[in-house]
Design a protein around this ligand. Structure first.
Ligand code: CUA
Length: 397
C-alpha cells in the first residue's frame, strides 16, 4: 500500500514538473513574437545604451523571479504530495521554531535582493553622471497636456520652440532638461530610457545616447489630469545633417508665400485666426500673443512662452494634439470643430466649442496651418530598422 502510493506521488510530481516546463517552453516561444520592436511602447526592445542598461536589470530581475517562482511551486507540489495525510487522525511532525530553516529563508531573499540592488544603484549613478556631458541639450516643458520643446542656442536663448515632436541628431548624447509649472508629469520613451518626472520648481535631467535612427513613441507616465493618456509625443532620431537641415528650416520659418492661400502671403494671418493667435505663436508672423507669457517660471529657465503650442511649420508635424490625431486636413478640421470632444479638458476646448468657428472659417484656418512648411518642403522622417511602415505612420486611436 505504502509502496504503490509512493509510486503515485513520484509519477504525479513528474507529470506536474513536465506540465510546468511545457507551459514555459510554449510561453517562451510565443512571447518574443508578441512583444517586439513592433510594439512602439515596448521596454524590451531598447535602442540606446541607457534603455539597454535598464533592460539588463529587468532581465536579471525577471530570471531571478522565475527561479523563485518555479522553486516555490515545486516546493509546494512536493510538500502537498509527500506530506499528505495518509491515515485517519494522523498529525504531521511539528517543526515550529526551527532556527536553521528560519536563518536559511532569511538569508536567501537577502542575497537575491542584493544581486538586484547592486547593479540597480550602479546604473542609477552612472545615468546620473551622463547628464553632465551633453552633446545637445533639449529643454522640455510639461503642459496640460502636451510638451513644449526648446532648443537653446549658444547664447542660452531658445531660438527654436516647438511641440510634441522632438528632433535629435543620431550618434549624440542628448540631455533633456525637464521642467513644468503646473502639475507633475513624467517623460517616458520606453525604447530610449526610463521614466523621469517633471516637477514644478525643480529641474530634472535625462540623458540618452542616440544610436538608432527612427522615431520613438513617448507618453506621459504620471497621472496629470483629464487628458493624461493623450499626452503623447515622439522623439525623432535622424542623421546629423538631416537634423541640422531641420534646425535651419525652423530658424528660417515657414515659406513666405503659398499658392494655396487666398492672399498668398504667410505673414497675413487669416482674420478667422485672430482668436488662435492670442494663445499660439508662428515664427515670422507678427504675434498678438504679447500678454500670454506664462509667469510662474523664473526668467533664467527661459520659461515656456505661450499657452498653446508654437505652430511654425505645423504642416510638417506628423500628429496633432500631442500625438492624438494624425496630421491630416480632415483631422485638423475635426480638432478645430470640437477640441474638447477629441481631447477632454484641454484649454482650447474652453474657448473653441462646436459652432465657435464656421465651416468656412475652419477650412480657411486648415489651409493656412497646413501651408506652414519650409520653402524646400518638409524633411523626410527616418525609417526605424525592423519596424514596419504600418507602425511608422500608425494612426493614434
Ligand atoms: Cu502629463 Cu500625465
Amino acid at each position: 500500500m505504502q509502496r504503490s502510493s509512493d509510486r503515485w506521488v513520484r509519477r504525479t510530481s513528474a507529470r506536474l514538473v513536465l506540465l510546468v516546463a511545457a507551459l514555459f517552453a510554449v510561453g517562451g516561444a510565443i512571447l518574443p513574437g508578441v512583444v517586439s520592436a513592433q510594439s512602439p511602447y515596448s521596454t524590451i526592445s531598447p535602442v540606446t545604451d541607457q534603455a539597454n542598461d535598464i533592460n539588463d536589470i529587468y532581465k536579471l530581475t525577471f530570471w531571478l523571479s522565475l527561479i523563485v517562482f518555479v522553486g516555490v511551486q515545486i516546493g509546494i507540489v512536493y510538500t502537498v504530495l509527500s506530506y499528505r495525510r495518509r491515515a485517519e487522525g494522523e498529525r504531521p511532525e511539528q517543526i515550529h521554531g526551527n532556527k536553521t530553516l528560519e536563518i536559511i529563508w532569511t538569508i536567501i531573499p537577502a542575497i537575491i535582493l542584493l544581486i538586484i540592488f547592486i547593479p540597480t544603484v550602479r546604473t542609477i549613478y552612472a545615468h546620473d553622471d551622463q547628464v553632465n556631458n551633453p552633446d545637445l541639450v533639449v529643454e522640455v516643458y510639461g503642459k496640460q497636456w502636451w510638451w513644449e520643446v526648446h532648443y537653446p542656442s549658444e547664447d542660452g536663448e531658445s531660438k527654436i520652440v516647438t511641440a510634441n515632436e522632438i528632433h535629435v541628431p543620431q550618434g549624440k548624447r542628448v540631455v533633456f532638461h525637464l521642467y513644468t509649472n503646473n502639475v507633475i508629469h513624467s517623460f517616458w520613451v520606453p525604447q530610449l530610457s526610463g521614466k523621469m518626472d517633471l516637477i514644478p520648481g525643480h529641474e530634472n535631467k535625462l540623458a540618452i545616447d542616440t544610436d538608432t535612427p527612427g522615431y520613438f513613441f513617448g507618453q506621459c507616465a504620471e497621472y496629470c489630469g483629464d487628458s493624461h493618456a493623450l499626452m503623447r509625443f515622439k522623439v525623432i532620431v535622424e542623421p546629423e545633417e538631416q537634423f541640422l537641415a531641420w534646425q535651419d528650416a525652423w530658424l528660417a520659418g515657414p515659406q513666405q508665400a503659398s499658392g494655396d492661400l487666398a492672399g498668398g502671403d504667410i505673414a497675413a494671418v487669416p482674420q478667422s485666426m485672430a482668436l488662435c493667435m492670442t494663445c499660439h505663436e508662428i515664427n515670422g508672423v507678427e504675434s498678438v500673443a504679447g500678454g500670454n507669457a506664462v509667469p510662474d517660471l523664473p526668467e533664467e529657465l527661459d520659461a515656456a512662452r505661450t499657452f498653446g503650442p508654437n505652430l511654425s511649420l505645423l504642416g510638417c508635424r506628423t500628429t496633432l494634439a500631442a500625438g492624438t490625431l494624425r496630421n491630416t486636413p480632415e483631422n485638423l478640421a475635426s480638432w478645430l470643430h470640437d477640441p474638447e470632444g477629441i481631447k477632454p479638458g484641454n484649454y482650447m476646448g474652453t474657448v473653441i466649442t462646436p459652432g465657435s468657428l464656421t465651416d468656412e472659417q475652419i477650412q480657411e484656418i486648415v489651409t493656412y496651418l497646413e501651408s506652414l512648411q519650409p520653402e524646400e518642403g518638409c524633411g523626410e522622417i527616418p525609417v526605424q530598422p525592423g519596424v514596419t511602415e504600418q507602425v511608422q505612420v500608425q494612426d493614434p486611436d
